[in-house]
Design a protein around this ligand. Structure first.
Ligand code: 5AD
Ligand code: SF4
Length: 435
């Protein structure tokens, strides 16, 4: 049988989709198709972090219902499934089941039921061992925790993914070991709040924190690079930053979600840190790893955000010189604290979208300047993608997260090579092998 799966949202959702694919293989869905018309099961793994994609969900379900082959099932999974539950089936009766983001390990049972809804956010599958897909390539995602205990005023995730539970160390290590034996060289550790690892286990467990986990994982032979997403700036203590800097297997690029540069807005977002704390952590990081790559997430137009608050965000953007920025206009989400504020303090749409464009243009300028400064530098690059045919090139990422293109060369995927930057093209980098 054939499976069609659409994955929206974050890396966590990507990993959940991978888990569902490998579990469904055991249920007879042996091939994944990109044509929904020929699928026996259609899954949409949804994201609810912003309103727009969620609004589109029901028209999408309608389209699938019209084009699917007779007898094919439709399942809605992920974060929107978690927070809307059976309302999805009420509004779209063509849906056969609804499976929440916290209930992914129940996929093999739920496909046999009709009109079933499994969305309990207190369900604990932190010790469930998913089937490992073979031949995953050289990079793999690896969950280290589920859920999130934070209470950021704008964020629906604690409501969709439940409270935070860490996956036991021995399970993580055995999974990483299996992946390494399968040819994986780079691990991406996943958690909603990844560097809060060790906060709570569902079974008695010896004490370990994220810094300890990094130490343990880097002992695994064959794993050459370790990345992680998403850490919280609040949990970036000195011990963590020192391990990040000194462990040669830990890649020197990091995501540090800022959300806002204004201490006043950060407070009402309940982020738990100030502008000064954030800049202090960046300064410490840069003092330890001068060439570190830093990425971030920024929300503009949060309720009551003034020109002055926004200027603080731009100030941090310029001071840090982020390598990647994911920026969004604030979107009120149900089940969140700021949703309860209604229209109070809301920033007019035009103002918020003007700020978004301004921020994105400023960031493009920063990237152009940064790319120019890269010329002549040498990076160790893991080759991830090779194109042959009319246009030949290879592509890979440096240790500090920069995407580098090597024109006219078909290199070996999985090799780690010394590449010198020869040109910058806008914000992107072009390089060649050191002779
Ligand atoms: N509105 C806009 N952006 C949001 N994010 C989370 N919730 C909202 C919201 N209600 C953004 C944050 C987060 C990223 C995954 O999505 O920046 O880090
Ligand atoms: Fe990921 Fe959050 Fe979207 Fe859920 S709501 S898929 S956790 S980004």
């Amino acid at each position: 049988m054939k499976l069609y799966i659409e994955t929206l949202g974050c890396a966590m959702n990507m990993r959940d989709s991978e888990h569902m694919i490998s579990e469904l293989k055991k249920q007879g869905y042996t091939s994944v198709t990109d044509d929904a018309k020929e699928a026996d099961l259609i899954l949409i793994n949804t994201c609810s972090v912003r309103e727009k994609p969620e609004r589109k969900l029901f028209s999408e379900i309608g389209q699938f219902a019209r084009l699917k082959k007779q007898g094919a099932k439709i399942g809605i999974c992920g974060c929107t499934a978690s927070h809307m539950g059976e309302e999805i089936i009420k509004r779209a009766p063509s849906v056969n089941f609804v499976l929440g983001a916290r209930n992914i390990s129940k996929i093999s049972e739920i496909i046999h039921k009709d009109k079933a809804v499994e969305v309990a956010i207190d369900y604990d599958d932190s010790t469930y061992v998913f089937d490992t897909a073979r031949n995953t390539g050289i990079k793999a995602l690896l969950n280290i925790s589920i859920g999130c205990d934070k209470k950021c005023a704008y964020c629906i995730v604690p409501h969709t993914r439940g409270k935070e539970i860490s996956i036991p160390l021995d399970l993580i290590l055995s999974e990483a070991d299996k992946l390494a034996k399968n040819g994986v060289k780079e691990l991406m550790l996943l958690g909603q709040n990844v560097n809060n690892y060790g906060v709570r286990f569902s079974l008695p467990h010896s004490r370990i924190d994220f810094t300890g986990l990094l130490k343990e994982l880097s002992k695994i032979e064959g794993i050459e690079r370790i990345r992680f997403t998403s850490p919280h700036p609040l949990h970036m203590d000195d011990a963590f930053l020192e391990e990040f800097a000194s462990n040669p297997k830990v890649c020197k690029s990091i995501h540090m979600p800022l959300q806002s540069g204004s201490t006043r807005i950060l407070k009402s977002m309940r982020r738990g840190y100030s502008k000064e704390w954030y800049l202090n952590r960046v300064a410490k990081l840069k003092s330890l790893v001068p060439d570190v790559g830093i990425g971030t997430d920024i929300i503009v137009g949060f309720p009551t955000e003034s020109e002055e608050d926004f200027a603080d965000t731009i100030d941090v953007l310029e001071q840090v010189g982020f390598d990647t920025v994911y920026s969004f206009v604030y979107s009120p989400r149900p089940h969140t604290e700021s949703f309860g504020w209604g229209e109070e303090g809301s920033v007019p749409k035009e103002v918020a979208s003007y700020r978004l464009t301004y921020l994105q243009d400023k960031h493009k300028e920063i990237l152009r300047q940064k790319a120019k400064n890269e010329i002549g530098k040498i990076h160790r690059v893991l080759i991830e993608n090779v194109r042959t045919g009319e246009v030949v090139f290879s592509e890979g990422r440096s240790d500090n997260g920069k995407l580098i293109k090597i024109p006219n060369k078909a290199l070996n995927i999985g090799d780690i090579l010394e590449i010198q930057i020869t040109q910058s093209d806008g914000g992107s980098l072009i390089g060649d092998m050191l002779q």
